[in-house]
Design a protein. Sequence first.
Length: 245
Amino acid sequence: MNNIYDNENFFEKYSQMNRSVNGLSGAGEWSTLKPMLPGFTDKVVLDLGCGYGWHDRYAVDHGARQVIGVDMSEKMLKVAKDKTDSDKIKYLHDDITQIDFDDDKFDVVISSLALHYVKSFEDIVEKIHGYLKPDGIFIFSVEHPIFTAQGSEEWNYDGNGQIQDFPVDNYFYEGKRETDFLDEKVVKYHKTLTTYLDGLLTNGFQINRVVEPMPPKNMMNIPGMKDEMRRPMMLIVSATNKKII
Ligand SMILES: C[S@@+](CC[C@H](N)C(=O)[O-])C[C@H]1O[C@@H](n2cnc3c(N)ncnc32)[C@H](O)[C@@H]1O
């Protein structure tokens, strides 16, 4: 198992990001995601691509009975374990695409900004449909299809070095994109909005909410944040498993 989060330079820069230093409150999308989360009291939760485990600890702090956080990065999991003192959370070193759980095991599956690293959304949704109990909740954030389409994830600049616009291209050509993130080449997988939303609907889910988070007012003075109003960067979707047993 090998991913960019185990690259020394990348990991070091990631650990300096606001969301890594300040946790959930340092994440631009948190104020949008938080009110979309289901109740966690007595719930069994799976977190795909858990990173430092912020959402796992949040779930336990809000009553979850058991949480499994899956991540393929040893470095990310080491930090997660160091920051966790609850025996209700188990961290699993595994690839999201390789996970295997019993059917009807979880009440909630959460995934924060990890599924754009995975090639097939449909394969994951099929699995989650099985792992979730009937009426279980799947809530995830991903980089927005408008943001991932062209691939560079970089603004176009004018001759004066000012932002001109943001490129959207090759939207319907899904698949691998190589972008510069934290000065490293990072592979992500572009998918269309149809793939995310219709993929849920055709795999037994009912969609509850679809939100494109905007930068929160209290972060607007962070350099570059106002520009985030010019195009969506993330997509957050909450869906209910309409499984019939
Ligand atoms: C942007 S971080 C988000 C971490 C955490 N969910 C959060 O919001 O703070 C993406 C995480 O997904 C993990 N990841 C990416 N691809 C993965 C895969 N195929 N299997 C498991 N984890 C993966 C990375 O190792 C990294 O920890």
